[in-house]
Design a protein around this ligand. Structure first.
Ligand code: CU
Length: 170
């Protein structure tokens, strides 16, 4: 960090600013051989009881690991869900036995495919908030992370992936 003005002002300032900005947006975490990239969730409509969490999970080790649980400050429950289409209706099912991440693999949890689900939501989520949580892996153990709250309906590849009544909840 420097408090002096730079001789190569324009270029270097732009570089410094872009590095600072990307640090602020993309949060990465790791535990053991597991790396977590950019966890995020979405603002919730009033009265919502669940919210989905998204991120990438990479396994840099030589053995499989599994996401077996987690928690967050804003919800009473935590599950891992896979989105499925059944007769044209978007539903979701718990991933039984934990979400396997094979050696060298990166799994993307994203709307319409896979997500962690915060259940028994204690408060609405608002864009710009940060939500503290943790993930637990069978081998790598527990890691504390923070989810960035994006806008309601933020990048969703499927029009049916919003938290609508057709979704299956516990
Ligand atoms: Cu779900």
């Amino acid at each position: 960090m420097t408090r002096q003005s730079f001789p190569l002002a324009g270029f270097l300032f732009a570089l410094a600013l872009s590095i600072g900005a990307s640090d602020a947006i993309a949060e990465d975490y790791s535990v053991g051989t597991i790396a977590i990239g950019n966890p995020w969730t979405r603002a919730t409509p009033k009265g919502a009881t669940v919210a989905g969490g998204y991120m990438t999970i990479s396994n840099k080790g030589s053995a499989s690991d599994r996401l077996v649980g987690g928690s967050s400050a804003i919800a009473g429950g935590f599950e891992v869900h896979r989105a499925v289409m059944e007769q044209g209706v978007a539903k979701m099912r718990p991933v039984e036995g934990g979400l396997e991440v094979k050696p060298g693999e990166t799994i993307e949890l994203k709307p319409g495919v896979l997500h962690v689900m915060f259940t028994r939501l204690k408060q609405p989520l608002e864009k710009g908030q940060k939500v503290k949580g943790s993930l637990e892996f069978e081998k790598a153990g527990k890691v504390d992370i923070e989810y960035a709250v994006e806008a309601v309906g933020a990048p969703s590849p499927s029009p049916k992936s919003s938290p609508d009544p057709a979704m299956h909840h516990h």
